[in-house]
Design a protein around this ligand. Sequence first.
Ligand code: CP
Length: 333
Amino acid sequence: MTSTAAKEHAAPAATPETAPPVWRRKDLLDLETLTRDELVMALDQAAGFKEISTRSIKKAPALRGKVVLTLFYEPSTRTRTSFSLAAQRLSADVVEIAQEASSAKKGESLVDTARNLQAMGVDLIVVRHQQAGAPALLARSLDACVINAGDGTHEHPTQGLLDIFTMREKFKDLAGKRVALVGDITHSRVARSNIWGLKKLGAEVGVVGPKTLIPGALKDLGVNIHYHLDEVLEHYDVFNILRIQLERQASGLFPGMREYHLRYGIDERRLARMRKGVLIMHPGPINRGVEITPGVADGKHSVILEQVTNGLAVRMAVLYLCQGAKELPRDAK
Ligand code: CP
């Protein structure tokens, strides 16, 4: 082929409109500031990684030679284990630190702790902290990637992503799907991440719970607010049920466990009134018999353990994308 003919057959040069989107964030701090394209990119990347966990040798070399640190100032079963396994599946070295075992106990600041760990060659820091904004503070202070694993009542972006990933696997397209979040919305970082992510994908989002546990300002985000669960059982395609935070009872925000269960608990009687293909979700940990009965949690509509499985793929995607963004040439950032 002559060079003129080759030019004629060449694919047209990518323009800003046609070029595939590139992930440019070294940190994942929230779903609020993610664009729709970025959200979809993370979900698509996770879908690609999910297969790795089904292999007999569950490893890919994508983060070989990198060091991932999990720095948890609050308890965790799912998120911490899932990030550690995700990093190991991508062949990274993993170090785990919990607050009780760190020099925070001796008065060292979070930023000083993280800077010292970065000085040992840590590439990615996954942080859970009781203070909203702590991961953002670290992201501004470090060259390492910072991933928010839950900060106070602000956001839990990878939980939001894994919830949305699970819904997308079932429904393909979330545009027009109706998703209800049930429980303590005010104090839930999971609810906030779900709301931001789901709205970007065109889902209809509602929150259900006692008046004392729902911020009225959610109306301004286009979220439906309901105080009576029994009135909306037939309306939603998904019920994502939040853990009732037992400590809130002491502060008088709801009358008691029994009362809460009677008004907002998802049981077999309520499940029977829901739509035929309804999805029952819960981020965990579950208070069985309070916000959900064992029969519903373990029943055929429940995708609670699928959420956990999907969390691994989502966290592999987030680690991979953020590290990739850090390594982009300066002029591509
Ligand atoms: N869903 C969730 O964040 O669970 P853990 O507290 O066990 O990490």
